[in-house]
Design a protein around this ligand. Structure first.
Ligand code: FE2
Length: 285
């Protein structure tokens, strides 16, 4: 073991997730938030901003989204647009997320992403040839921060065999009140339910591999457990563990940075939604 203890790895194998408090310092978290603020300052709002929502999947399929795998692009909250389609609040409080290649294109996010501790952690989980495939800066802004419905990350970053691991860093305190992550312990042992892919005609399709519905999300009365995370906490997620985060209706932001790593020893299909230009292949740590 290079970074994790045996007990931590055992917990990950048992639960499908692992919570590591104090992985980053408050200063390191602040530096990422400052850098994102700088990126947002420089972002020119479009006439027709692209909205990201997991409750209305047709809205995730525009070209702006599908071409974002090797770029830095800005997606809005559905609740941030007025009836005229224009943002109804300042852009710093209207954005849902920034994605999906911050870890390669922005020097501050690159430093936080390509680091030895993460390489060691992922090696401890058995990944042979890690490739940093996707990064997202998730805003979850106060009042309108959208719900992320129950899903498995392997649905969106499918490989054969399955390999994706999610690394989710709390840049500020995530609580039950402001929409922290919830997961189903052990749910990663039940297999992949859906696969989201390009349909070959410029759109996307979702293949159902197992039609069983997810258990209803009733906080405190179901299989889901909350994963509250103080600033600097890293949550490691198995690609098959079902997880979700409710809307943020509080008056506090809940910013986070996530990286998704796949194993280069696995096959990455050409119809995965996230593709990168030939001259910008995914790299390791
Ligand atoms: Fe996820």
């Amino acid at each position: 073991m290079l970074y994790l203890s045996e007990a931590q790895r055992d917990a990950y194998v048992r639960d499908g997730f692992l919570v590591i408090p104090d992985f980053e310092t408050p200063e390191a978290c602040r530096a990422l938030m400052d850098e994102a603020d700088r990126l947002i300052d420089g972002f020119e709002m479009l006439d027709d901003p692209s909205v990201f929502t997991t409750t209305d999947q047709t809205r995730t399929t525009d070209a702006y989204f599908l071409d974002s795998g090797d770029r830095i692009r800005f997606f809005f909250e559905a609740g941030a647009l007025g009836s005229d389609g224009r943002p109804n609040r300042p852009k710093h409080r209207a954005i849902n997320k920034i994605g999906h290649a911050l870890h390669d294109l922005d020097p501050v996010f690159a430093r936080a992403s390509h680091q030895r501790r993460l390489a060691d952690l992922v090696a401890d989980l058995g990944m042979a040839q890690p490739l940093l495939m996707q990064s997202m800066y998730i805003m979850k802004p106060p009042e309108i921060g959208g719900e992320v419905v129950c899903h498995q990350d392997s649905t969106f970053l499918y490989t054969e065999p399955l390999s994706v691991v999610g690394l989710w860093l709390a840049l500020e305190d995530a609580t039950v009140e402001n929409g922290c992550m919830w997961a189903i312990p052990g749910g990663h042992r039940d297999g992949l339910r859906q696969r989201f892919r390009r349909d070959g005609r410029g759109g996307v399709a979702t293949d159902t591999l197992d039609p069983a519905p997810w258990p209803d999300f009733v906080p405190g009365h179901g299989p889901h457990v909350p994963l509250p995370a103080r600033q600097g906490t890293l949550i490691v997620l198995h690609g098959l563990v079902p997880h979700l985060s409710p809307a943020n209706r509080s008056d506090r932001p809940r910013r986070a940075y996530t990286l998704h790593v796949v194993d280069g020893a696995a096959e990455y299909p050409a119809d995965n939604w996230l593709q990168r230009r030939a001259d910008m292949p995914a790299r390791g740590f």
